[in-house]
Design a protein around this ligand. Structure first.
Ligand SMILES: Cc1cc2nc3c(=O)[nH]c(=O)nc-3n(C[C@H](O)[C@H](O)[C@H](O)COP(=O)(O)OP(=O)(O)OC[C@H]3O[C@@H](n4cnc5c(N)ncnc54)[C@H](O)[C@@H]3O)c2cc1C
Ligand code: FES
Length: 284
């Protein structure tokens, strides 16, 4: 039987309220202002015990800067550590962008509800991502690929401002090569080498085959993109419960205590960040 000291240690290492030290084991430059960091918990027990659902996030802590919520963009099966794709926005993310292999940060979590995997099961899936919004979707797309027979038709529509702003290029190329995944990419402005689609992500509707009655749409991107996408999906006949999005709100505690992330009667950090369109409509 576990003695008191062992219980205390177990509670400490699994406590989601404490930031745990993690080492940066890889850094990948995605775009001029987005890098993907792979972090591994220094404590092997925490590393081994850490589990999450696609769509959940961690609070990343950086000395002298504080904490920032960041979605986990790797799939739950990725065993090297956690991948976090981070856009340089301000003080904390700017500091993280100076980090290289071997540097350390703190991580606590996982937090949030994550995507409703059980409800997605058995459906066609339509992913619509914009810019860095592909980060939480990537975790779910990889999960779906690992459990492919549980889902119907899967389509990924992704848009970025320019070809240089496309994230996860290797994954997009690998996904595009799969017979059981439809991938379409567009940019707002092309360049001399770009031979692909030009226009907002909604411009891809006419290329994609979408079955509103059997499909769950999962959207993440800038708020303006989300609102255009949702409006078009409703016009196509999507049920409000089948439109799922993940929200970005200012957060402090991440655990439902401080009220910073409130939206109506809910807290984005514990009730979200994943909500259906129907839930959001009722909250606002
Ligand atoms: C659940 C969740 C998941 C997120 N996942 C990611 C992710 O995977 N990758 C990523 O790069 N970013 C993500 N973000 C946004 C990220 O947390 C902010 O960009 C970060 O906190 C900015 O910190 P900063 O100190 O660098 O910027 P600050 O100096 O604090 O602010 C710079 C600018 O960013 C805006 N900003 C700050 N925090 C947020 C926020 N939480 N939401 C929206 N705008 C904000 C400020 O209004 C300001 O305009 C996520 C946010 C949430 C709530
Ligand atoms: S971040 Fe404190 S309540 Fe959500």
């Amino acid at each position: 039987m576990e003695d008191r000291a062992q219980t205390l240690v177990r509670k400490m290492v699994t406590n989601i309220y404490y930031p745990h030290p993690a080492s940066i084991i890889d850094v990948k430059e995605e775009t001029p202002d987005i890098k993907t960091f792979t972090l591994s918990f220094k404590d092997e027990e925490i590393h081994n015990r850490f589990t999450f659902r696609p769509g959940q996030f961690v609070l990343l802590s950086v000395l002298h800067c504080g904490e920032a919520p960041i979605s986990i963009c790797s799939p739950p099966t990725f065993s090297k550590g956690l991948e976090l794709s981070i856009k340089k926005m301000g003080r904390l993310t700017g500091e993280v962008h100076r980090y290289s292999k071997g540097d350390e940060a703190g991580l606590r979590g996982p937090y949030g509800n994550g995507f409703p995997l059980e409800e997605l099961c058995g459906h066609d899936l339509l992913f619509v991502g914009g810019g860095i919004g592909l980060a939480p979707l990537r975790s779910l797309v990889e999960y779906v690929l690992s459990n492919r027979s549980d889902f119907g038709e899967v389509t990924v529509l992704y848009g970025a401002r320019t070809p240089a702003d496309l994230v996860f290029r290797d994954d997009l190329a690998a996904w595009a090569g799969k017979e059981d995944l439809n991938v379409m990419i567009t940019v707002d402005r092309g360049d001399s080498e770009w031979k692909g689609e030009i226009g907002p992500v909604t411009h891809l509707w006419k290329k994609a085959t979408i079955y509103p009655s059997t499909t769950k749409a999962i959207i993440c991107g800038p708020p303006v993109m989300i609102s255009f996408v949702v409006s078009d999906l409703l016009k196509m006949g999507f049920n409000e419960d089948d439109i799922i999005t993940t929200l970005e709100r200012h957060m402090k505690c991440g655990v439902g205590k401080c009220g910073h992330c409130s939206i109506g009667s809910k807290f984005t950090c514990i009730d979200g960040p994943v909500f259906t369109y129907r839930q959001l409509k009722e909250l606002q």
